[in-house]
Design a protein around this ligand. Structure first.
Ligand code: SF4
Ligand code: SF4
Length: 292
């Protein structure tokens, strides 16, 4: 597998406003996400814990789903939510604030992008770090193994260029599918009764820090291969997530306060917000590094 990522970041941002065709691969068939994020990166329990331990609890957000046909479900905040044995099931991924970015050789536009994407270089600020997600390191390997279209091919189709240079399938060792994903990549919340308002805010796209923390903490307190969640651990991790105050959370708030609607011109925008708040720099495409 070989990808040409320079000037792309298609798998790190929501480029739906730049596509004449609907990009709905996450919302076909059953189990449609209850949020509107594009290309959420599902993290493993250990990765979620590493982010929390690194002080990046403010980078994380949950994803819940509408039930697919035949799925167990619970009713929360006026919505049917996919569940396992009566407990809402969810992923944890990375948040996407609006940023001023220039993907695919176009003009600078406001698009929702991963918290860790450098809007200037379109490289990942945590590439190669301990908490760099395995899903990002492997991308688009899982799609190739599962014979699903890759984001690289979608970008090629809409914006041209050669992005997926070599589609040789990688080893399948890191694929987590089926029951083994429970407690490792698919989590459950142990006390659905306290989630009505939380789910309603998540669906409206306005979760509070405490809402995100409920799910992040439940993921960290999960047990691999089981529905067991250590509730005393949930309480401790929840407090740490709510208290997280990294450059990511501060940048998220600033981007939200200055951004124009997604898809609109951003040529006058200040791209140095994250650097000023303490974000790690990226090397630029002349050096080794970045997404890939
Ligand atoms: S992996 Fe594919 S979609 Fe992602 S940045 Fe690279 S070429 Fe673009
Ligand atoms: S590669 Fe980096 S910027 Fe892209 S989605 Fe993954 S963590 Fe975010």
């Amino acid at each position: 597998m070989e990808v040409n990522c320079a000037g792309c970041a298609g798998c790190c941002l929501d480029w739906r406003p730049l596509s004449p065709e609907p990009l709905d691969h996450e919302r076909r068939g059953g189990r449609v996400p209850l949020d509107d994020a594009y290309n959420l990166v599902p993290l493993t329990r250990d990765e979620v814990k590493r982010f929390v331990d690194a002080g990046y609890g403010d980078a994380l957000t949950p994803r819940l789903f509408e039930p697919g046909e035949g799925d167990d479900r619970v009713r929360l905040g006026g919505h049917d939510v996919a569940a396992i044995e009566g407990r809402p099931a969810f992923f944890v991924g990375l948040r996407k604030p609006p940023k001023p970015v220039t993907p695919f050789g176009g003009d600078r536009r406001w698009l929702r992008a991963c918290v860790f994407l450098d809007p200037e270089t379109l490289q990942c600020r945590i590439h190669g770090a301990d908490h760099y997600p395995g899903e990002c390191a492997d991308y688009p390997g899982h799609n190739l193994v599962l014979d699903q279209e890759t984001e690289c091919e979608r970008v090629e189709r809409v914006h041209g260029g050669n992005r997926l240079v070599d589609r040789t399938e990688p080893p399948t060792g890191t694929l987590l599918l089926g029951p083994q994903a429970v407690g490792t990549k698919v989590f459950v919340h142990p006390v659905p009764d306290r989630l009505d308002d939380t789910v309603a805010r998540l669906v409206r796209g306005v979760p509070r820090d405490a809402d995100r923390a409920e799910f992040v903490a439940s993921a960290v307190a999960s047990s691999a291969g089981s529905l067991a969640v250590d509730e005393s651990r949930v309480a401790a991790v929840r407090d740490r997530v709510v208290a997280a105050a990294s450059w990511v959370g501060r940048a998220f708030a600033e981007w939200e306060s200055v951004a124009a609607p997604c898809g609109e011109d951003a040529t006058e925008a200040d791209t140095g917000v994250e650097d000023r708040l303490g974000a790690p720099s990226t090397p630029g495409w002349g050096a080794d590094g970045g997404k890939g």
